[in-house]
Design a binder for this molecule. Structure first.
Ligand SMILES: NC(=O)C1=CN([C@@H]2O[C@H](COP(=O)(O)OP(=O)(O)OC[C@H]3O[C@@H](n4cnc5c(N)ncnc54)[C@H](OP(=O)(O)O)[C@@H]3O)[C@@H](O)[C@H]2O)C=CC1
Ligand SMILES: O=C(O)[C@@H]1CCC=N1
Length: 278
C-alpha cells in the first residue's frame, strides 16, 4: 500500500522560505513546519542579527542556511517576517529588487497590511497572528490578506499554517482581538498551570508531581471542550458536586475576580496590539 503523501508532497513544489528574525516565534513556526514536513531545512534561509539566536539555529537545525537579507529573500518564494513590531519598518523598507513580489508573511502584532504593503512596495502580503504552540503542531493562527489576494497564495498560506495547527482567515479589524485571545493566550495558560502547581505544592505535593498533574489537567480540559462540543460552563458544572470541593474552589475564584481578570487581560492585549499599530 502506498504511504500517505506528506503535506509538502501535496504542494506541487518545495517551498523556499526566508525567515527574517529567528527568535521565539520564528523558531516555533519553522520548527513546527519542519516537523510537519511542509518545508525542508535545506530550503530555509535564516536572517538574524542576534549571535545567540544564530547559534540556536546552527545547533538545532544545522541544515538551515544562515545568511543576509538580500540573499535570503532573493532565494525564496515566501518570506516570513518575524522581528519585533517596532523593527518591522526598517526591515521591510530595505531597498532592493530582491523583494520582487515575493509572498511576504508578517507575524508582527499590530502592524497593518497597509503599512507592510507600503514599506515593501507591493501587496502580496499576509498578516498572521500565530502562537508558540505551533512548535508542537497545536498552534492557533489568525490571518488576513488584502482585497483581491490570489486564491493560489491563500492555498500556500493555509498549507504552511495548517501544518502547525489551525488557521482561520479573519477580517483585518479582528486581528487585535485574535492577538488578545490566541496570540498572547498561551502565556495566560502557562501562568494558570504554574499557579495550579504552586497550589499543589502549598497543599503538600512535590513540585514535579504537581506540575505533571496541572499540565495534564489543562490539556485534558481543553481536549474535552474541543472534542465533546459541550459548553465549558456545562463541563464545569459536571465537575462540581453539591457541597463538594470544586464549588468551594469556584466560589474562591469568583470572589477573586478570575473571570473578569481573564476578560480584562484579553482586552488589554488587544488594546496593546492596536497601540503597536499606531
Ligand atoms: N513570541 C510570541 O509568542 C509571538 C510573537 N509574535 C510576533 O513575532 C514577532 C517576533 O517576536 P519574538 O519571536 O517573540 O521576538 P524575538 O526577539 O524572540 O525574535 C526576534 C529575532 O529577530 C532578531 N532581529 C531583530 N531585528 C532584526 C533585523 N533587523 N535583522 C535580523 N534580525 C533581527 C532579533 O535579534 P535581537 O535579539 O538582537 O533583537 C531576535 O533574534 C513580533 O513581531 C511579535 O509581535 C506573534 C505571535 C506570538
Ligand atoms: O507579546 C507580544 O507582543 C507578542 C504578540 C502576541 C504574543 N506575543
Amino acid at each position: 500500500m502506498a504511504a500517505c503523501p506528506s503535506k509538502r508532497q501535496m504542494m506541487s513544489e518545495a517551498i523556499n522560505l526566508a525567515v527574517i528574525g529567528g527568535g521565539q516565534m520564528g523558531r516555533a513556526l519553522v520548527s513546527g513546519m519542519l516537523a510537519a514536513d511542509v518545508v525542508q531545512g535545506d530550503h530555509v534561509r535564516l536572517v538574524d542579527r542576534n549571535p545567540a539566536s544564530k547559534q540556536w539555529w546552527a545547533t538545532n537545525h544545522p541544515e538551515v542556511v544562515i545568511t543576509d537579507l538580500p540573499a535570503a529573500v532573493s532565494d525564496s518564494d515566501v518570506v516570513l517576517l518575524a522581528v519585533k513590531p517596532h523593527g518591522m519598518e526598517s526591515v521591510a523598507k530595505q531597498k532592493g529588487r530582491f523583494w520582487n513580489k515575493k509572498l511576504v508573511m508578517s507575524v508582527a502584532a499590530g502592524v497593518s497590511l497597509g503599512s507592510l504593503g507600503q514599506w515593501i512596495g507591493h501587496e502580496r502580503v499576509v498578516r498572521v497572528m500565530p502562537n508558540t504552540p505551533c512548535l508542537v503542531g497545536l498552534g492557533a493562527c489568525g490571518y488576513c490578506v488584502p482585497e483581491g489576494f490570489p486564491d493560489a497564495d491563500i492555498a500556500i498560506v493555509e498549507a504552511m499554517l495548517g501544518a502547525v495547527g489551525i488557521s482561520v482567515k479573519v477580517l483585518e479589524k479582528q486581528m487585535d482581538a485574535v492577538t488578545g485571545v490566541s496570540g498572547s493566550g498561551p502565556a495566560y495558560v502557562f501562568l494558570m498551570i504554574e499557579a495550579m502547581a504552586d497550589g499543589g505544592v502549598k497543599a503538600g505535593l512535590p513540585r514535579p508531581l504537581a506540575m505533571q498533574l496541572a499540565t495534564q489537567t489543562v490539556m485534558g480540559a481543553a481536549k474535552m471542550v474541543a472534542e465533546t462540543g459541550r459548553h465549558p460552563g456545562e463541563l464545569k458544572d459536571s465537575v462540581a458536586s453539591p457541597g463538594g470541593t470544586t464549588i468551594a474552589a469556584l466560589a474562591t475564584l469568583e470572589h477573586n475576580g478570575f473571570r473578569s481578570a481573564v476578560i480584562e487581560a484579553v482586552a488589554a492585549a488587544a488594546n496593546r496590539s492596536r497601540e503597536l499599530g499606531g
